[in-house]
Design a binder for this molecule. Structure first.
Ligand code: SAM
Length: 249
């Protein structure tokens, strides 16, 4: 019988739980932390409650003063440097206006900056379409830990720093939705290129577990951390359904 992947889903705070993970034990970190756009939007008198329903989720890291957010990110990168193997890949989804700050923090913590990539949404909500350009993309920053290159499975092909999908389908939200749930084809794309079968992938802000579902169906081990118990429940249900993996709950 084929070996089952090991999956651990942890309810708790990212930094506190990361401290319990062994040094040099993770091959790839793929994560989508809150973008901390709460105060920025509030100061611009944006209709925050409407936006929050659609875009924001974790109140904890969303409404911080910029210096407090930077301090959290410093602690996050310090821990990621410790738990990732040398040459381990790191992808962090982030708002484009924060990318330079993120790169500075990553470089201070021994990460080599590679790329800023784009996820383009084919069918974004056309909110206020007669007033401005419709926001249809999100960014991810790609780093390698302590080395200039990590696993990169391009199989001889040219791979652009741009990937297009539809918004997360309702089928992927059958156990309840997450406001910023990432579509599985996007996670599959990144996991196939940046890790190998049998690797261990970590997502310290896993939300509804999209990274974990992709990891398990592609034969990778997974560790997910999430503060909100309702999202942990959704992640458990999604993972149980996606594959008969060994759930270390
Ligand atoms: C942008 S969402 C991730 C969504 C995920 N990519 C998905 O597809 O469902 C960020 C998540 O981080 C969680 N979060 C916020 N602060 C946290 C913390 N301190 N520790 C762990 N998780 C946290 C939020 O509850 C939220 O679910």
């Amino acid at each position: 019988m084929a070996k089952k992947e090991s999956i651990a889903l942890i309810k708790g705070d990212a930094i506190k739980e990361l401290k319990k993970i062994k040094d040099d034990s993770i091959d790839f970190v793929l994560t989508d932390p809150p973008y901390n756009l709460g105060l920025f939007m509030k100061n611009r008198a944006t209709n925050l409650s409407a936006l929050r329903k659609n875009h924001f989720s974790g109140k904890e890291w969303d409404n911080l003063e910029i210096n407090d957010w930077k301090e959290n990110m410093e602690q996050l990168f310090f821990q990621l440097d410790r738990v990732l193997k040398e040459g381990g890949n790191l992808i962090v989804f982030m708002a484009v206006i924060k990318i330079e700050t993120l790169i500075n923090i990553a470089e201070k913590n021994n990460f080599y900056y590679k790329t800023t990539g784009i996820w383009h949404k084919k069918n974004p909500m056309p909110r206020n379409k007669d007033l401005h350009f419709i926001n249809s993309n999100e960014c991810w920053a790609y780093f390698v830990n302590n080395k200039k290159t990590g696993t990169f499975n391009n199989k001889g092909k040219t791979i652009h720093d741009f990937f297009e999908t539809a918004l997360t389908s309702s089928k992927e939200k059958e156990f309840g939705g997450h406001p910023t749930q990432k579509p599985l084809p996007l996670m599959d794309h990144l996991i196939q290129i940046l890790s190998n079968k049998g690797d261990t992938i970590l997502d310290p802000f896993m939300g509804s577990g999209s990274t974990g579902v992709s990891a398990s169906r592609l034969g990778r081990n997974f560790i997910g951390i999430e503060l909100n118990g309702d999202y942990v429940k959704i992640a458990k249900q999604r993972l149980k359904k996606s594959k008969q993996c060994q759930l270390d709950l």
